[in-house]
Design a protein around this ligand. Structure first.
Ligand SMILES: Nc1ncnc2c1ncn2[C@@H]1O[C@H](COP(=O)(O)OP(=O)(O)OP(=O)(O)O)[C@@H](O)[C@H]1O
Length: 886
């Protein structure tokens, strides 16, 4: 049942909340065309009775008689028509929200995160006087002279005369550490310090934190409290707003814009390293474009050493560009041919050997590698060498997923007699200064995500970096002393490299970006909003992403965020995981789903090439009979948290090849998701969902329910499993399994606990991520799902009695008596009504005992109904002809 966007717009224009609700209920199949509550019986009066023999091997699910009776009793006591009618009545009474209703009191101070309150005139005056006195007395120090110092006046003048200024400052000129301070100092000395609040974005946590430290240190002890930072999972904001400088990641600023869209109280936004062109930066630029129109006092500075500054200037209405030359101590660059000649080995490069070679010269080394696995592999190879076993070298891995405190260790000087070797990804490429680095070794490549909108599969490929990246990497040497850079690719490759990196928005799934766009500009169509960004994604890709969001119930037919969408928008993760998190709160199994979402963001296992077999063994042991990678994650997190004492924790980590650092990071992510659930109004305190004894975890031990909630969130990420394949050579292999998603045949990844498992308890698996490698699609994580969960908690098409239509899969026939089929239909409607009602109320507990009874009934059904009848069937598959190589 679909409705035209025009019709919806008309209804909206009339502010007819009731009509809108009606539309939504019809979409949810809770009402029919005449606005009568819809039940299976009524909907299917004319339905075909004969399913025919066209589908072999139906799913047969035997529901125990007493359970069937209890479902019947529940539905008699809580008739589904009444449920839907009640929802409908509530919706009619709901006040219509107008934008003008927005209450200023809800605006958050972007510096402190507390409630925003503009200073009264006298307060501002007194604070400005205080700041002026403080700065005069403190006489803030400054480090060595930098090129940007002599451009101070040009920069300040440009900012005075134009609302937006681009700073094209070469590496090492001092733009990151000095320009924010010039602006602050200028205003303080003019007696306007109270009005000066500067936000400086950095593309990564490591640079936000390290630059904040550096600037605070340069300003001296009396003024350092004016400087702070805020990154994901860590916040040290300045003491108060008014004369404040906050370094933050772009993602954090986007969140701040949600609660303070006009950036009230902020005088300047500085977007540093704007050339990185990650999705968030592009989104931020588009939003700033409208912020400057609405807030004429706001000043925006865009800074980069290697970006296309002319294009940026055009984007912001041909704003002025201030060029600042750089300063670098001499850096001698060598390319592969020179490195190999010096090594005396005309052999192909092997990173550990080059590291060894560079280590024969004195000075700390920064080595750029594509990803975590490469870092671990090089570290392992180096540690095997005799020269490294003596302890004369200090190897420090550096990766985006490490905790902030761990990342900061790379800035410390090693003990005397030890050489520091930092093995990093491109996160150390911009903004940061590690003051003892003499040598930079650049492998010339990086991991880059590419997304295929057709197959909906992401590939994490190792690709050449751009010329801009090479310059940035080289620029990490020569900052505090002369240096050397070793580029492990031929000099002629440099000419073949792209000048700038491909913007992330052109190679990433767009769902999360669209949700962000809907939060910030709810009245714009996604296509229109994204047409305004610096490099617009293909409009067809945007439409596909919008459709995906509609399919999972996050957007309605007119592209507005639904009540579910509004909650999902609070979650700082992929929308499908966000949906699973929201549902986990409603179904009282928050903790395991939080663990799964966090582990899908950061792998708790030491997963390197070398450790592959160990990790597979560990996963098999942890998975037991659950047939679920996701439950492996949740068991790992739970066991690790329950263990007391360092020794037993370490023993556990060693036994299952787990990383303590990753688990600590995962714990931080879980706390953050808990806070997101609070923001979404689903709980009162984030700690509630982390405590096993809390009501939100009443069903957290019910693994079937946890898997059911996962499929409810991840659907239509579904795999159909079949037994029996025909190989390329035409041989029939009865025991082999083949797997298929709606986009086509897939394989289970080596690291999945389900790979090669012949005894899957159901023919359906759900999954989160698929990756493409060597032309094959691999599913990284999967869980077997109970067929009833598929029927009851997804919106698979049940419109033909006895048959289920799953997207991309053939029609599945289920064998139930008509009576059971109708019970299940009503139960599904009751569950949908419960979800819908809970999402509309601010707290999830609105349904009280009745909802608890319904969820408890669902748990019993899942636990006591044998899913085996829906287990893997024998059905010859030639689709996945290579599946014999599983
Ligand atoms: N933490 C630090 N320790 C020592 N010196 C530092 C530190 N941070 C900055 N510097 C010095 O200040 C110089 C300028 O650093 P800054 O980060 O402001 O430059 P930048 O113009 O932003 O460079 P880039 O674009 O390469 O990030 C560095 O080259 C270095 O000499």
């Amino acid at each position: 049942m679909t409705f035209t966007a025009d019709g919806r717009r008309r209804l909206e224009a009339e502010s007819n909340a009731a009509a809108l609700a009606c539309l939504r209920f019809k979409e949810l199949k809770l009402l029919d065309e005449q606005n009568n509550p819809l039940t299976h019986a009524r909907y299917h009066q004319q339905e075909v009775r004969e399913a025919g023999e066209r589908h072999r091997r139906p799913c047969r699910i035997q529901i125990p008689t007493d359970l069937e009776r209890r479902v019947q009793e529940y539905l008699t006591q809580n008739p589904v028509e009444a449920e839907v009618q009640k929802l409908w009545d509530e919706e009619e009474q709901r006040p219509v929200h107008h934008d003008d209703d927005d209450d200023d009191d809800l605006i958050t101070d972007a510096i402190t995160g507390k409630r925003y309150r503009a200073l009264r005139h006298e307060e501002a005056e007194s604070l400005s006087d205080h700041l002026l006195g403080l700065w005069m007395r403190a006489g803030p120090g400054r480090g060595a002279e930098l090129p940007v110092d002599s451009y101070k006046e040009s920069v300040l003048e440009a900012v005075r005369s134009s609302q937006v200024v681009v700073i094209a400052g070469e590496t090492g000129c001092g733009k990151t550490t000095r320009i924010p301070r010039f602006l602050l100092e200028g205003q303080v000395r003019r007696g306007e310090g109270a009005e000066c609040n500067i936000l400086v974005t950095q593309p990564r946590r490591i640079s936000a934190v390290s630059v904040a430290h550096r600037v605070a240190q340069e300003m001296g002890p009396a003024l350092r409290h004016c400087v702070g930072y805020q990154v994901r999972l860590e916040s040290r904001p300045p003491e108060r707003s008014g004369g404040a400088l906050l370094f933050l990641t772009v993602g954090v600023l986007l969140r701040k814009l949600q609660s303070n869209p006009g950036l009230q109280g902020i005088s300047h936004v500085i977007v540093d390293e704007v050339h990185e062109r990650d999705v968030n930066t592009d989104l931020l630029l588009a939003l700033l474009l409208s912020s400057i129109k609405n807030n004429p006092d706001l000043r925006v500075l865009l800074m980069s050493a290697t970006g296309d500054t002319q294009r940026l200037s055009q984007y912001f209405g041909r704003c002025p560009v201030v060029h600042v030359p750089g300063f670098m101590h001499p850096v001698q660059a060598r390319f592969l041919e020179e490195v190999l000649t010096e090594m005396g080995r005309p052999t192909p490069p092997r990173r550990d050997r080059e590291v060894m070679f560079v280590c024969s010269a004195a000075g700390a080394l920064l080595c750029f590698l594509p990803g975590w696995q490469d870092i671990k592999a090089v570290q392992q190879k180096l540690e095997e060498k005799a020269a490294f076993r003596s302890g004369s070298q200090l190897i420090l891995p550096l990766h985006s997923s490490m905790a902030v405190t761990e990342q900061q260790t790379v800035f410390q000087r090693p003990p005397d007699g030890q050489r520091k070797i930092v093995l990093t990804t491109n996160i150390a490429e911009t903004s940061i200064t590690i003051d003892d680095i003499v040598h930079v070794l650049d492998a010339g490549c990086q991991k880059e995500q590419n997304y295929d909108t057709r197959t909906k599969v992401s590939g994490l490929n190792t690709v050449w970096i751009s010329q801009a990246n090479v310059t940035q990497r080289r620029g990490r040497a020569g900052r505090c002393q002369p240096g050397h850079s070793y580029h492990l690719f031929p000099r002629k490759q440099l000419d073949r490299m792209a000048v700038f990196p491909v913007p992330e928005i052109l190679r990433t799934p767009l769902e999360s970006v669209i949700i962000q766009a809907k939060i910030h500009c709810p009245h714009s169509k996604a296509v229109d909003f994204l047409a305004q960004v610096l490099d617009s994604p293909d409009s067809q890709a945007v439409r596909v992403a919008v459709k995906n969001l509609m399919d999972i119930g996050v957007l309605d037919a007119a592209e507005n965020l639904t009540p579910l969408g509004e909650r999902v928008a609070c979650m700082s993760c992929d929308p499908r995981l966000g949906k699973a998190l929201v549902l986990s709160a409603l179904f009282s199994c928050a903790l395991p789903v939080l663990s799964v979402a966090a582990c899908l963001t950061r792998d708790p296992f030491y997963n390197s090439m070398q450790n592959r077999a160990l990790v597979s063994k560990a996963k098999a042991a942890l998975s037991g009979s659950s047939c679920s990678d996701h439950l492996v994650f949740s068991r790992v997190v739970q066991s690790w948290k329950e263990l007391q004492g360092r020794e037993s924790k370490q023993e556990f980590l060693d036994k299952y090849t787990l990383s303590g650092a990753s688990l600590r990071f995962i714990h931080g992510l879980m706390q953050q998701f808990g806070e997101n659930l609070c923001e979404a109004g689903l709980l009162d305190a984030s700690a509630e969902c982390l405590r096993l004894s809390s009501g939100l975890n009443r069903h957290s031990q019910q693994e079937q329910l946890v898997k059911a909630v996962l499929i409810a969130g991840l659907y239509p990420h579904l795999i159909q499993v079949k037994r029996g394949t025909v190989t390329k050579g035409g041989r029939y292999r009865p025991e082999n399994l083949s797997y298929r998603t709606e986009s086509g045949p897939v394989l289970l990844h080596r690291s999945s606990a389900n790979r090669g498992n012949p005894d899957l308890s159901s023919r359906w698996l759900t999954f989160f991520s698929a990756v493409k490698s060597n032309g094959q699609v691999f599913i990284r994580d999967s869980s077997v799902v109970h067929p009833l969960a598929l029927l009851l908690l997804t919106d698979c098409d049940l419109s033909e009695r006895g048959n289920v239509l799953l997207p991309g899969h053939s029609l599945i026939r289920w064998e139930f008596s008509p009576h059971v089929w109708e019970l299940l239909w009503d139960l599904r409607t009751s569950l949908q009504a419960m979800i819908h009602r809970s999402l509309r109320h601010r707290r999830s507990t609105s349904g009280g005992c009745k909802d608890s009874e319904l969820v408890a009934l669902l748990v019993e059904l899942l636990n006591n109904t044998d899913p085996a009848s829906g287990s893997v069937q024998e059905e010859i598959s030639t689709e996945n002809i290579r599946s014999d190589s599983l």
